[in-house]
Ligand binder design. Sequence first.
Ligand code: MMA
Ligand code: CA
Length: 261
Amino acid sequence: MTSPRWMILVCFSLISVFGTGESLTIIVPEISNEQNSLPAIIAQMSRAIADLNASHKKLLVQQSRSGCNCNPSSLQACYSQRNLANRRLSSCNSQVRSLGAQRSSLLRQVSGLRSQYAAVVKQRDVLQGQLNVFVRYQNYGWKYYRGSFYYFSTSKANWQASRNYCTARGADLVVINDAFENNFTREVKRIAWIGLYRSGSNWRWVDGSYLSSRASYWAPKEPNNSGNREDRGEIWLYNNIENWNDAPWADANYWICEKKV
Ligand code: MMA
Ligand code: CA
């Protein structure tokens, strides 16, 4: 046997592993004395082989975890998986943008609905109030006509006591605004107080308005302030359209109350 110098250098350098960045270097050192160290060389080589096997196993495990391996057809499969994943990602991104836009639109709708709801609640409260008034005067037995409830008294009193009866019930003596109301009130077929009074030379309604600005239905030659003591209005010639008379406030008459609803 010759004694050549064995020079064994095995170098695995930078074996890159998919995505792990791990590298592996195994160096089997230079051996100078063949005869004396052959068993040692064999032992070292065996250890090197065992190390390589262990590394190989480790790499296989990492490779299988990565889901890819390095032969060309597998790489092609990896690329198409990557492309598919990219397409899905960009589709997800556009869905995210679209959902964002839908969200803002829904938020705008919600705030619109909130204000509509508040408006409806307000309307409901107004209607509830009106309904309460209707139920109340209906229960009193008052008659409804064109937006008002009316009470036709069954007893007589002076003008002020008559008015007090009405105001105690949230109403007032009737204010006659037009021909419909004039015809409706003279259906009482009795002499009856209405909400008309003289203040100085002016005739006014109990709602504060001046008769001069309204339709009036005085009987012929009325008001005449007979005896210089007539200062309140009454339904008098109820069979005529022109039917009002002025009379002294202290007269005992029937009366008519009105509650606008
Ligand atoms: C009565 C009284 C007056 C009315 C006259 C009309 C006598 O007085 O009702 O208010 O004006 O009649 O003749
Ligand atoms: Ca008169």
